[in-house]
Design a protein around this ligand. Structure first.
Ligand code: UDP
Length: 238
């Protein structure tokens, strides 16, 4: 079997990635395809933690939250990530994987709370850990939760799954001359105003020297190629 380039990774999935072509919610075929990808890399012996967003259900800055108190709307967004985490963990269990959901907000009847040593123990035991409820704080995003939890668990890299297969010099949908960067430094990404993650998440990764790989979750085999260290997506590094 091919050898993984990483021992422990933090995979960030956007909530929207679960929608597939639907306008809202969780698409069964899409989540099962995602889980098949995850199973492939788990089989390589990679320790895997996942942060999932909530954008397919609710975002604090969504039009539907207009006029609401921002913190309340953000708590609703965090609860949306809990729903997605439960769906993902359930799909993983059905696929024969062992997954644990840990929430940054106490909802003890449904999920266990996030406790760092416990998360580390699960990872060492080969269980897949899904971090739910973002950072547990309003005014943040799940990108920041990915940077934070990735730093806490000593992940070697944050894998940022998007709909585009990397970071481009311009919007590839609008500019036919846009080129994909195979690698780019944090400083270059800032200087060229390239959006990789939101600013808070990006700053945390840069400070912690935690590289980010941006890749497409919809491209078949992309996650596996990323794990094998092949030329896929864009590596953002110090
Ligand atoms: N959120 C929050 N604090 C966090 C993480 C998330 O308040 O630490 C809220 C925020 O309202 C956000 C929503 O949860 O819009 C869903 O997360 P996100 O937008 O990051 O999801 P994604 O875009 O990845 O689907």
């Amino acid at each position: 079997m091919s050898k993984a380039a990483y021992k422990r990774v933090l995979l960030k999935l956007s909530g929207e990635a679960l929608m597939g072509d639907d306008a809202y919610g969780i698409n069964r075929v899409t989540i099962d395809r995602m889980v098949a990808d995850v199973a492939g890399i788990a089989a390589m012996g990679v320790e895997l933690a996942i942060v999932i967003g909530g954008g397919n259900i609710f975002r604090g800055v969504a039009p539907g939250a207009q006029g609401m108190d921002r913190a309340t709307a953000d708590y609703m967004g965090m609860l949306a990530t809990v729903m997605n985490s439960l769906a993902l963990a359930d799909a993983m269990r059905q696929a024969g994987l062992t997954a644990r959901v840990m929430s940054a907000i106490a909802i003890e009847q449904i999920v266990e709370p996030y406790v760092r040593p416990k998360a580390l123990q699960y990872l060492e035991e080969g269980k897949i850990v899904v971090f739910a409820a973002g950072t547990g704080n309003p005014f943040f995003t799940t990108d920041t939760a990915a940077a934070l939890r990735g730093s806490e668990i000593g992940a070697q890299i944050v894998l940022k799954a998007t709909k585009v297969d990397g970071v481009y010099s311009a919007d590839p949908k609008k500019d036919p001359h846009a080129t994909r960067y195979a690698t780019i430094t944090f400083d270059e990404a800032i200087a060229r105003h390239l959006e990789v993650m939101d600013a808070t998440a990006f700053a945390l990764c840069r400070d912690q020297k935690l590289p980010i790989k941006v890749f497409s979750i919809t491209k078949p085999g992309a996650l596996q190629r990323v794990i094998l260290g092949e030329d896929e997506g864009t590596l953002v590094h110090v």
